[in-house]
Design a protein around this ligand. Structure first.
Ligand code: NAI
Ligand code: MG
Length: 481
């Protein structure tokens, strides 16, 4: 592999070192080797980046540029990303540990599509005229929210950057983006493309660094108007408190513990595929993973035996091999946390059907894991494991099911497998979650909104819905007297 240059901080379209001079190491989780070093931004660098974003927002080309021209720039970002997709896919796989087949077929196409979608939306953002009482002309303007701080996680590093940047740039905001400390490399590489696409200086600034230093500085900075965060529910609560001091607008996309529900009247083989995709996609490091597998009692044993066979056939290993189906967990912390949950499950009375142990002597690989005999009140059924561990929970009937499915602090997503369409639609209404998949799982499109109920957060990303996060409405009254 060619040697990688150390990563830097991007401020005002210039790459720089941290003011402290500090750097941190970035690891390849499949080999535990250091990939490269990256400048470690902290409060001082965040301050410079926010000033740059503020200047770019208040002055010069970004503010006066037409919405259509902003759209053209976003289109060029999409085209450049498409041109370099193989390099990005490989870099993402090296840094995150996820299989190259997934970075090629999911992360990259979805990231490109997100920029394309918001490129097309940029010149379709507008206010209304409102028929008010009296002799007035009243209309609304939809203006950008301002300087936006965006803090993203490590599970879909490039895609999360795209979800955040696409709508923010379409609406005319300026941004300071903080990638996760585990996986800063593709966001930094994206910085190169943003400049090549013609984004003016200061519109997007990228500051790699740690949460309690760089992240917290961004959430508290008085010149940041809005904070968008994706990550753990715990840190989401902290970010909201920090942002509260200046009453910044906040949107949060947090954890999940999704029910993936299989009725006896479903196409069982399709549901087995869906359960596999629901929990083993991206090594289970997915906020909407189908981690609570509810099985109607009648099919419980048959389903688990099919799922076990499939799970044991999964190819786990070298993420760069196109045949690999599951790669490495992102970090040693995650690896230990996940194995810890398997032990917790066992001590709570769950039984390991398969997996539950490391898959390789080196690298953070874990075997696809199924726990049975889980009841919904156990820790393994209530807490986000964020790994390839599915908890199978039997249910008697629909009433028993609905009660358990909603018995969680989370509400990000759910899967429903049945051939009874009436039942599917009734449940889709009943379940408190932001996304419902019927006879499918983990489907995404830039046009369809995504976000949580309850402690999975608030605000909807993607689609037209994301425009709400990055705009504010102004009402203008004109006397016609
Ligand atoms: P995290 O929530 O700590 O990290 C996400 C982002 O928040 C990173 O960019 C991090 O630097 C930043 N951050 C951390 N502390 C911060 C603070 N005090 N102020 C501002 N920003 C801060 O997630 P972590 O610790 O990497 O993973 C722990 C667990 O969180 C995982 O096991 C998983 O259960 C959950 N998680 C959920 C994600 C989701 O998409 N829902 C994504 C990542 C983690
Ligand atoms: Mg953390």
């Amino acid at each position: 592999m060619k040697e990688m240059k150390p990563g830097k901080i991007l401020i005002n379209n210039e790459w720089c070192e941290a003011q402290s001079g500090k750097r941190f190491s970035v690891i390849n989780p499949a080999t535990e080797q250091i990939l490269t070093e990256v400048a470690e931004g902290d409060a001082a660098d965040i301050d410079r980046a926010v000033q740059a974003a503020r200047n770019a927002f208040e002055q010069g080309p970004w503010k006066t540029m037409s919405a259509r021209e902003r759209g053209r720039i976003l289109n060029r970002v999409a085209m450049l990303l498409d041109k370099h997709k193989e390099d990005f896919a490989e870099l993402e796989t090296l840094n995150n540990g996820k299989p190259i087949s997934e970075t090629r077929n999911a992360d990259l196409p979805l990231s490109i599509e997100t920029f394309e979608y918001y490129a097309g939306l940029a010149d379709k953002i507008h206010g209304d005229t409102i028929p008010v009482n009296g002799n007035f002309f009243n209309y609304t303007l939809r203006e950008p929210a301002g300087v936006v701080g965006q803090i993203i996680p490590w599970n879909f590093p490039l895609l999360m950057a795209a979800w955040k940047l696409g709508p923010a740039l379409a609406t005319g905001c300026t941004v300071v983006l903080k990638p996760a400390e585990q996986t800063p490399l593709t966001a930094l590489k994206l910085g190169e493309l943003l400049m090549e696409a013609g984004l003016p200086p200061g519109v997007v600034n990228i500051v790699p660094g740690f949460g309690p230093t760089a992240g917290a500085a961004l959430a508290t900075h008085p010149e940041v108007d809005k904070v968008a965060f994706t990550g753990s529910t715990e840190v989401g609560k902290t970010v909201m408190k920090l942002a509260g001091d200046h009453l910044k607008r906040v949107s949060l996309e947090l954890g999940g513990k999704a029910p993936n529900i299989v009725f006896a009247d479903s196409d069982i083989d399709a549901a087995v595929n869906g359960a596999m995709r629901g929990i083993f996609f991206n090594q289970g490091e997915v906020c909407c993973a189908g981690s609570r597998l509810f099985l109607e009692e009648r099919i419980h044993d048959e389903f688990l035996s099919k799922l076990k066979t499939r799970a044991e056939k999964m190819i786990v290993g070298n993420p760069l091999d196109p045949k690999t189906q599951m790669g490495a967990q992102v970090s040693e912390d995650q690896f230990r946390k996940i194995l810890g949950y398997v032990e917790k499950g066992k001590s709570e009375g769950a039984k390991v059907v398969t997996g539950g142990i490391p898959a390789q002597p080196q690298g953070y690989f874990i075997k696809p894991t199924i726990l049975e005999g889980v009841n919904n009140r156990m820790k393994v059924a209530q807490e986000e494991i964020f790994g390839p561990v599915v908890c199978a929970i039997p249910f008697k009937n629909q009433e028993d099911l609905s009660r358990q499915a909603n018995d969680t602090v989370y509400g990000l997503s759910a899967g429903i497998w049945t051939r009874d369409i009436g039942k599917a639609h009734r449940l889709a209404k009943e379940i408190k979650a932001g996304t419902i998949w019927v006879n499918c799982y983990n489907c995404f499109d830039a046009a369809s909104p995504f976000g949580g109920f309850k402690q999975s957060g608030f605000g909807r990303e993607l689609g037209k819905y994301a425009l709400e996060l990055y705009t504010q409405v102004k009402s203008v009254w004109v006397s016609l007297d």
